[in-house]
Design a protein around this ligand. Structure first.
Ligand code: GAR
Length: 195
C-alpha cells in the first residue's frame, strides 16, 4: 500500500450509490493508491449498499439503530469506531445525526456529501427542496462534519444545472451523477494535501 493511501470507513443508510462510486474509484480509478475502503458501515441492516459491499468482498458492519434508544445506539456506534484504525470517515447517505461525543472523538476526520448548498438548505430532502422551489441550479457540497447538522466547514461545492429536469426523479438523476464523480475528486484533493 502506498504511503499516501488513506484507510477509509464509508457510512451508509440505504442505496449506497455514492459508496459504490468511491469503492470503484479506489479500486481502479482516481482514488487508486490514495484510498482504501477498509469497511462499509450501516445503521440499517436492510441497506441495499451493504449487500453490494459484501458482494464486492468488502468488510461490512451493521449496528442496527432500529428499535434502539438514541443514546444506546450512539454509544454502541462510538464503542465500535473507537476500536477501528482508520484515517477518515466518509459519510455517503448516512441518514443519522452523529452524536457530539462521536464528532469530538474523530474531530477533523469526518467528511459528508450534501446534495444542496449547506448555506441554503440543511438536513433531509435537499433535491426535493430544489425541485419544489423551482431552482434552475443547485449545488452539491462536500464538507467537514461538526456537531451541528450540515454546519461543518465547506471543503468544496459544485454547481449543477437542473433547469432541464421536469420531475424530482430527473433532478436526483442529474445530481447523483455529479455526486458520484465529485465526491471522489474532492477526497483525492483532500488526501493528497494531507500526506
Ligand atoms: C445522496 O444524494 C446524498 O448526497 C444524500 O443522500 C443520498 C444518498 O444516496 N445525503 C444527504 O441528504 C445527507 N444529508 P446514496 O445512498 O445512493 O449514496
Amino acid at each position: 500500500m502506498s504511503k499516501k493511501t488513506k484507510n477509509i470507513i464509508i457510512c451508509i443508510s440505504g442505496r449506497g450509490s455514492n459508496m459504490a462510486a468511491i469503492v470503484k474509484e479506489s479500486q481502479s480509478g482516481i482514488l487508486k493508491n490514495f484510498a482504501k475502503v477498509q469497511l462499509v458501515y450501516s445503521n440499517n441492516s436492510e441497506a441495499a449498499g451493504l449487500k453490494f459491499a459484501k458482494d464486492q468482498g468488502l468488510q461490512t458492519k451493521c449496528i442496527s439503530s432500529k428499535g434502539k434508544k438514541r443514546a444506546e445506539y450512539n454509544q454502541l456506534m462510538l464503542d465500535f469506531f473507537l476500536k477501528q484504525e482508520f484515517d477518515c470517515i466518509v459519510l455517503a447517505g448516512y441518514m443519522r445525526i452523529l452524536s457530539n461525543d462521536f464528532v469530538k472523538a474523530f474531530s477533523g476526520k469526518i467528511i459528508n456529501i450534501h446534495p444542496a448548498d449547506t448555506n441554503e438548505h440543511k438536513g433531509l430532502d435537499a433535491y426535493n427542496w430544489a425541485f419544489e422551489n423551482g431552482l434552475k441550479e443547485t449545488k452539491i457540497t462536500v464538507h467537514h462534519v461538526d456537531e451541528g447538522v450540515d454546519t461543518g466547514t465547506i471543503i468544496e461545492q459544485k454547481k449543477i444545472d437542473i433547469s432541464s429536469a421536469k420531475t424530482l426523479e430527473e433532478v436526483e438523476q442529474i445530481g447523483l451523477k455529479v455526486e458520484h464523480q465529485f465526491y471522489s475528486e474532492v477526497l483525492l484533493k483532500l488526501f493528497n494535501s494531507n500526506t
